[in-house]
Ligand binder design. Structure first.
Ligand SMILES: [Zn+2]
Length: 399
């Protein structure tokens, strides 16, 4: 990630904006209950930096093309194959020379995992997509990149594991009752990108190797004729990028008018989890300082250079969750791009809080209220389904 601003500014006419909002899943976005929030699974020991099942295997140097990178990829594969067997795993490969490779090609491997609703044709599924980069910087030697972005990868793994059963419950119930809610085919997708970091210094060519290759390929890779979405790129309903998370007291700005509504939902969930005493980190300033603004009040300097750029440039909706505040020396946390960005400098309570918050967000996005086993009893699938159908039909009548 680079501190330079790319200055991209997007203008949408009011009418266009309202139409877009109608098309986004926000129209169906329903909050989850306190009961469900309280019942969301916690990561337990899995973020322990020494032997935690999710995080510790990522806390090693993992420069593209090195054995550390392969070991972390294997960790992702093992996790999805063992814990989330319903998920499809793919790799997207590319090669490039770098300023440090003496003319040799370096391999970059993006890891992609997704889960589709039952019976959906591949080109008809739209994906909320959670993204982090898994590579680490070449220098300083031994650099770990705990906030950058080992912790975000582990947070995403915990999220997917936490909602997977509820997602299955919902789809089972829908199939049983043949509910028309299946008309809208919402899937979920994870991308762990390679080659985000510059090898020498950040330029358009020396950075974002994996993201640039994937966005380019997904823009031109056509789905079968008559699919709802022409390409894998156009099937991304929201690209949620997590970066530089895991230090205490994060500050996340809202960068894009068209996804500010999703940012506000996240901010509201953060407040609810705090007030339910479900956050472990010390209370401080709110994590989402732009929450009270409406989208026209956002500063339109365009955001921070990161993995979303090749997707943004192709029209993908972006929610960029990066700990950045202009009043800090570099804008980022003091450990950023130093040897101190290691496991010991993570605030594990904050990492756990992020995992709970993002799980809640994914649960709301995927409309999973009623499909979790709660403290008070097992998932109330039929009741939840009946309620969802009633709400949907009521909305249809209003229109
Ligand atoms: Zn970095």
């Amino acid at each position: 990630m680079s501190v330079a601003y790319h200055g991209l500014c997007r203008h949408l006419f009011l009418l266009g904006l309202s139409l877009l909002m109608l098309l986004l899943p926000g129209e169906a976005y329903e909050s989850i209950s306190d009961e469900t929030l309280r019942s969301l699974p916690r990561p337990g020991n899995d973020f322990d930096i020494n032997d935690g099942a999710l995080l510790s295997p990522i806390l090693i140097p993992r420069v593209p093309g090195t054995p550390g990178s392969t070991a972390v990829l294997n960790h992702f594969v093992d996790f999805f194959q063992t814990t989330l067997p319903e998920w499809k795993i793919e790799f997207q490969n590319s090669t490039s020379t770098t300023p440090m490779s003496n003319g040799k090609n370096v391999p970059f491997v993006n890891f992609i995992a997704s889960r589709d609703p039952p019976g959906a044709s591949p080109g008809d599924v739209e994906y909320v997509t959670f993204v982090a980069h898994y590579d680490s910087k070449l220098e300083p030697e031994g650099f770990i990149g705990a906030i950058d972005s080992a912790a975000p990868c582990a947070i995403i793994m915990h999220m997917m594991r936490s909602i997977d059963i509820a997602l299955g419950n919902k789809w089972d119930a829908m199939q049983k009752t043949k509910t028309s809610s299946l008309d809208r085919k919402w899937g979920i997708q994870v991308i762990f990108l390679d080659g985000e970091e510059a090898f020498e210094s950040w330029t358009a060519d020396d950075s974002l190797y994996g993201a640039r290759s994937l966005a380019e390929q997904w823009e031109t890779q056509m789905h079968p004729a008559m699919s709802d979405f022409r390409t894998p790129l156009s099937a991304i309903s929201l690209f949620v990028l997590l970066d530089l998370l895991g230090s205490q007291g994060p500050s996340i700005l809202s960068y894009y008018q068209t996804t500010h509504w999703a940012y506000k939902h996240l901010a509201s969930l953060e407040q609810r989890l705090c007030s339910l005493d479900m956050f472990k980190s010390s209370p401080g300033a709110p994590w989402f300082p732009d929450a009270a603004k409406d989208e026209h009040e956002l500063k339109t300097f365009g955001g921070i250079q990161d993995d979303h750029l090749p997707f943004l440039a192709r029209g993908v909706e972006i929610l960029h969750l990066i700990d950045f505040t202009p009043t800090r020396r570099t804008g980022f946390q003091p450990v950023w791009h130093t040897i101190d960005d290691d496991g010991e400098h993570l605030d594990i309570n904050t990492v756990e809080d992020w995992s709970m918050l993002m799980t809640a967000f994914a649960a709301e996005w995927m409309d999973l209220e009623g499909y979790f086993d709660t403290i008070d009893g097992p998932a109330r699938r039929d009741e939840a389904l009946a309620n969802a159908e009633a709400t949907r039909l009521a909305k249809k009548d209003e229109l």
